[in-house]
Design a protein around this ligand. Structure first.
Ligand code: SF4
Length: 651
């Protein structure tokens, strides 16, 4: 029962519960459907044919998203769905198996988009309560949060937490329901339908770049809390134990283990002096089953916020205000980061849109009257106030809250010529002229253009190129082997073209598929965990956990099926080749270089690689959409049939 808050719980919202009939390991065996308008809840068995074809997590989310999100709907309407899932490894003790994935239609650009991330305890709790996926639709009459405690599913009054920041919301829910407890919640930005808002997993994880927070808000849904006690069964225990023990053994022997455990993400991305980080670090946090842990509790040591503790998904994230030049003080930067997280804002979008608004002012497109001030001051107090205005839609903050797409609609071509690095309505945040400045053109930068949703956390998939420079081709080939890339594709990737030894366009396909496998199974995508997994090992683990024998190539095929399906969901929304573009400013006087720093990446070269990407994907190079032959190969003929009804021709 809900306690303490003045709650109303809908009796008709109780689920039927019941025993799992599943005999396959790894899966909880059910999908929970929640209609917030009617208060009805139903539990349906997971279709094992679908599970075999789409594995779980992102894969089954993609299938549910394609089937249930009707093309053309308003993302903030009752028709939109929030689909959350955790793969078959989540709930086992496979290292770093706590990943959760979401799919919804995104308010920021209208794409059907997905997100995935290390989810602390949320995914594990969801699986243990008996559900692999949750599908939420409709809109509650007044603010609610969804409570799932094993078979007890209720919508509870959220009056007491509505209006609170995400961190305070989590604390209140912990106080109400005790711990352990998985919590997915939104801050005030989501409540106020800010299109650049996100959802938060407990206190240190983000989910849903592109406006998942606003979709929660539009449904009057403040949070989901979940606790389960059922356990997850493994089919072939002996084989499983051998594989998992082998994994832990390799981790123990890894020479970088200590560094990763001490310095977290900074071990791979040294963006601040280690001694400064150690001074700020108060505690290290980890998702359930993660032996490394890279989430941080920092403590501000000096200045006006001295003594304040701040949770973050990686210390590096708290430095964005410093990178933007708003401050040089760690304490001020961390506090701004805390504001962003607490409101539930996507920090890349929020900081970049403030810069853009000021540019519009400097060019006379936006007036002092519009802004309510002579320009935007970029000092910590002023930025904090603008973040508040965006989150509460006050003054010009109300305009900025709708993201870049709405600004362009409002100010037209004059604004377009000043547009920063934006692709599909979101900031392409890493690149030669991007907020995170990089000079090599790797799968990450390339992925910013081709990811169907737009620039997201890892648009180019799980690639070995992100944190390295110019490693020998044999090393790259070794990683291609690890990802399970077939030999003929390796040959195409490693065939020199226009002076480039490596074809990043072709490689991106396999890099993306490799990350989708991670997202489907439920292991962590971050390098410090993902480095221990190969495509072969993933397949062996899947076979041992579920009892369903599967090869590495079959896993990649399932990932390709899911990617094509989500691509098709976006083709239905009108996305095609014209949206897969690179920021113009990447081709100015300063240009990227190829991985071996021999060739400047001109516009022609970048778009030539785009052709190669489509070709490798089996997509039509002219339109950038899947071909009929590819859909048939993947068993997705029904996509072509749907297309006919909507006037879409898959060539
Ligand atoms: S590396 Fe970080 S995100 Fe990944 S499982 Fe560990 S704590 Fe979670």
């Amino acid at each position: 029962m809900c306690r303490l808050l003045p709650l109303w719980c809908l009796g008709k919202g109780k689920s039927r519960g019941g025993d799992d009939t599943m005999t396959v390991g790894g899966y909880a065996g059910s999908i929970l459907y929640v209609n917030l308008t009617t208060g009805k809840v139903r539990k349906e068995p997971l279709d094992m044919e679908v599970a075999r074809s789409f594995i779980g997590g992102f894969g089954i989310n993609a299938k549910l998203g394609y089937d249930l999100i009707v093309p053309g709907i308003d993302p903030l309407s009752t028709d939109n769905k929030i689909i959350i899932g955790a793969g078959p490894f989540v709930g086992t003790n496979i290292p770093g198996s706590a990943r959760v994935s979401s799919v919804t239609k995104l308010p920021v650009n209208g794409a059907v988009g997905w997100s995935g991330g290390g989810a602390m305890s949320f995914g594990v709790m969801l699986k243990n309560s008996g559900y692999d996926h949750v599908v939420i639709e409709g809109r509650a009459n007044s603010p609610v949060y969804l409570k799932i405690l094993d078979d007890e599913v209720e919508m509870c009054d959220a009056t007491a937490i509505w209006g609170k920041g995400s961190q305070e919301t989590v604390d209140t829910l912990y106080a109400l329901h005790g711990r352990p407890l998985g919590v997915l919640s939104i801050g005030q930005a989501g409540e106020n339908l800010v299109r650049i808002s996100m959802a938060f997993v407990e206190k240190c994880g983000t989910l849903g770049r592109g406006g998942l927070g606003a979709v929660f808000g539009a449904k009057n849904l403040k949070a989901i809390v979940v606790r389960g006690t059922k356990g997850i069964r493994v089919s072939d225990r002996k084989r499983y134990m051998q594989l998992v023990e082998g994994l832990y053994e390799r981790m123990r022997k890894y020479e970088g283990l200590k560094g990763a455990q001490i310095y977290g993400f900074l071990n791979f991305m040294p963006v601040m002096p280690r001694e400064d980080y150690l001074r700020l670090k108060k505690a290290r946090l980890a998702c359930v089953s993660c032996p490394i842990g890279d989430k941080d509790l920092l403590e501000i040591r000096d200045g006006r916020f001295k003594g304040r503790s701040v949770y973050c998904s990686a210390a590096v994230n708290t430095l964005m205000p410093i990178m933007y030049g708003f401050t040089r003080d760690y304490g001020e930067s961390i506090k701004l980061f805390e504001d962003l997280d607490s409101y539930g804002l996507d920090q890349m979008e929020a900081l970049e849109i403030l810069k853009f608004a000021n540019q519009l002012y400097e060019h006379g497109i936006v007036t002092e009257n519009d802004l309510g001030a002579p320009g935007i001051r970029f000092d910590p107090e002023s930025v904090a106030e603008w973040l508040r205005k965006i989150s509460f839609r006050e003054g010009f903050g109300n305009v900025l809250a709708d993201g870049f797409g709405e600004l362009l609609k409002r100010y037209g071509n004059a604004a377009r010529s000043l547009l920063p690095v934006v692709v599909k309505g979101m900031v392409a945040y890493q690149g030669i002229t991007s907020p995170i400045k990089t000079d090599l053109f790797t799968t990450f930068e390339f992925g910013m253009a081709v990811h169907p949703k737009g620039p997201c956390a890892a648009p180019g998939g799980s690639s070995p190129l992100y944190f390295t420079r110019g490693r020998p081709l044999e090393w790259v080939a070794g990683h291609l082997d690890r990802m399970g890339v077939p030999k003929d594709a390796q040959e195409r990737i490693l065939t020199p073209k226009e002076g480039m030894a490596l074809n990043v366009g072709r490689m991106t396909k396999y890099s993306q598929l490799s990350l989708f496998v991670v997202d489907m199974l439920g292991t962590c995508g971050r390098g410090q965990i993902n480095r221990f997994y190969s495509n072969k090992l993933q397949a062996e683990l899947y076979s041992a956990v579920t009892g369903l024998e599967m090869s590495g190539q079959e896993l990649l095929k399932a990932a390709e099926r899911a990617l094509n399906l989500i691509k098709a969901a976006n083709v239905r929304e009108g996305f095609d080749r014209k949206e897969d573009c690179f920021p113009e400013s990447w081709f100015g006087t300063e240009k990227h270089k190829d991985y071996y720093e021999k060739v400047e990446i001109t516009k022609e070269k970048a778009y030539g690689m785009l052709d190669d990407y489509y070709d490798e994907m089996g997509w039509d190079v002219k339109t950038g959409i899947p071909t009929l032959a590819k859909l048939k190969e993947l068993g997705l003929e029904y996509v072509a049939e749907d297309g006919k009804r909507l006037g879409i021709v898959y060539p």
